[in-house]
Ligand binder design. Structure first.
Ligand SMILES: C[S@@+](CC[C@H](N)C(=O)[O-])C[C@H]1O[C@@H](n2cnc3c(N)ncnc32)[C@H](O)[C@@H]1O
Length: 213
């Protein structure tokens, strides 16, 4: 990963604290509200635990998760209709639902409704490696509080070690423990980016954290 940032961003802790101390007020877009309403109905009908795959891209990971968690409702979300359109969705997976939505809105709505999320996967989020873009990374974004409020076991994977180290520090700043940064190798890649990165010889990293109270 090419970045002009030598390590963890020096402003990270201040930014995380500032976001924590101020309510995030960006209005929820009407299309997000609609997407959420549809998903919320499914969540209610299902009545059981949810696996969320945020930024699922072409949804390969969501399909993998739907097979791994057959009793759960697996929800894959991505804001890119182009990526979702490239999904080769397995129609036999009745516990899988894909939705075009912006996580910045959907996480706040789902946290407010206290969806019963048991697992939340954030696989290879856009790294925004330039130092000036810290606040576009999930842990530097004002929505980070809502992300942690979703609860469940959070799993983050990235090919940028600094992203994971920063995420861990942001969690610690808000009082959440994690199992720390670990090297990761997928015997069978579970997403398009995982396959691409491994095939290019990138080192991969992951972190998990139990966010439920
Ligand atoms: C690097 S790709 C990784 C895709 C997939 N997780 C994978 O591993 O193959 C990041 C994905 O996050 C999605 N994304 C970025 N910001 C988002 C947001 N605010 N809401 C929903 N999806 C978002 C992008 O559209 C893109 O598909």
């Amino acid at each position: 990963m090419t970045s002009n940032q030598p390590g963890v961003h020096r402003d990270l802790v201040d930014i995380v604290k500032r976001h924590h101390d101020h309510e995030y007020r960006r209005p929820i877009a009407p299309h997000s509200q609609n997407a959420f309403a549809k998903l919320d109905r499914l969540v209610n009908v299902h009545g059981g635990p949810i696996v969320l795959d945020s930024g699922c891209g072409t949804s390969e990971s969501s399909q993998h998760l739907a097979r791994a968690y057959p009793q759960h409702l697996v929800i894959g979300i991505d804001k890119s209709s182009a990526r979702l359109a490239r999904s080769m969705q397995d129609r036999n997976l009745e516990n899988l639902c894909l939705s075009r939505a912006d996580c910045v809105d959907l996480w706040r709505l789902a946290a407010a409704r206290q969806w019963p999320i048991s697992h939340h996967f954030l696989l290879y989020p856009n790294p925004w490696p330039k130092a000036k873009h810290l606040q576009r990374r999930w842990h530097g974004h004002p929505v980070f509080g809502a992300l942690t409020a979703l609860g469940g076991i959070l799993e983050l994977r990235s090919n940028w070690k600094t992203y994971i180290a920063e995420f861990e520090l942001a969690l610690t700043t808000l009082g959440f423990a994690s199992d720390g940064l670990k090297e990761y190798f997928a015997c069978v890649p579970s997403s398009a980016f995982e396959r691409k990165y491994q095939a290019s010889g990138h080192d991969l990293y992951r972190l998990t954290a139990q966010l439920s109270i």
